[in-house]
Write a protein that binds this ligand. Sequence first.
Ligand code: MV4
Length: 505
Amino acid sequence: MFRKVLIANRGEIALRVVRACHELGIEAVAVYSEADARAPHVREADEAILLGPAPSSESYLKGDAIIAAALRTGAEAIHPGYGFLSEREWFARAVRDAGLVWIGPPAEAIAAMGSKTAARTLAIQAGTPVVPGTTTALRDADEAAEVAERFGYPVLLKAAAGGGGKGMRVVHERGELAASLQAAQREAKNAFGDDAVYVEKYILGPRHVEIQVLGDQHGTMLHLGERECSIQRRHQKMIEEAPSVAVTPELRARMGAAAVAAARAAGYTNAGTCEFLLDAKGEFYFLEMNTRIQVEHPVTELVTGVDLVQWQLRIAAGEKLPFAQDELVPRGWAIECRITSEDPANGFLPSTGRVRYLHLPSGPGVRWDGGIETGSEITLFYDPMLAKLIVHAPTRELAIERMHRALLELTIDGVDTSRDFHLRMMENDDFRRGEFGIQWLEAHLDELLRARPDRESVIRAAISAALMAERDRSVRRVSTSPAVASVPASSNSTWLRVARRDALR
Ligand code: MV4
């Protein structure tokens, strides 16, 4: 095992990797920007190296400075986390060329999956179902029309160098094709420096279900089941769960085998995720592979009992996976809510400021993967995700109740957060029934966020609740008469419970 590992990231994922390192007896080296000098990931690491000013381009994206920091501190390996440099082929290669170990897949596998058309070709060769469409860049609108006529409209134009939803365009009829193709090519050129665009049949209203894979350097490739990631807004996932209500054990086995085959075809090792669309008929289609640890990995950890970040380190150090595929059956249900510094009442406008007060949920089945603490300054320099609240329970119904309870325990003062959005989601009938696809959230946001009490009412309710609580307490002190039992209970009203807790703080 490594003696020392450098973590090329910040926030909750950097802290997550520090924890995995320490549990494996590895020293952790943090890197940080001037804005993060007092950040938890810096304090919890054993050493830390300043990279530069706050902007990512001058700090967390400085590959050369990060490699120099690893060499200077005697780190043997680099863990990239997610985002930043995690899926840059050149960085994985530069790390290897510097004589360091890259805690992730080979640079060649990152490259193979980075091109969405190359990834489709690999998947097809592996027998993994893909959405009907092309595997090469379109020459012109006539070629696109030919494909579209074969599969039927609507079709989706996608940038070959894209992914994550950037540079996509839906086309409903032949007449729109030429202009849309031009626009898509221009967008792709601007965003990725590559104007290659291909076409797929547009799948309407599917679910987004992804399969976690883990492969060692000795030929073992396993899947760890699915995550349901359909609750998203503008390609930002908000809630993830494992397993998915839409996946039977039989479907899980088929999707898992398809993901393993695609990963093998790419020469993959370490942790990775194959994204699929799953339609109402139970047909699934490979979309792309994410060649990194993902934000939502904890839900898989909770239902499989496998520590994915520890295994990333172990695999990179040459260990063999000790599991058999049939041991990796999901147990219970896990749900993750992304706690972001965005105001749901205000179109998810990013919120900035200092965290003045932070009270974290705890108790049975509750996990907090966070990167903030009281006093943290939330700026616009980095991603708005502050933390992830994850719960595990025996069933989906109990997991939803547990998440609701944990969200009520959570207080973050000083910045607006997505907490109230998540509370409403846990109370939503469609969500509770598991009836949603990738388009659900954007179609239901207005009704979900409607009828928020104004601030003045909440303050009055909080004062009333505190007075009532105080009265209850004094009644209890002086008397044990039956009348005490009839004091109105606050426990069956969500708002009253929240207001009371706030007021008694
Ligand atoms: C699609 C699709 C429908 N049909 N491809 C978006 C992100 C990128 N990974 C691929 N995406 C999609 N590709 C076909 N042929 C719908 C999406 C899509 C989506 C996929 C996963 C999660 C959220 C999404 C939100 C909008 C669109």
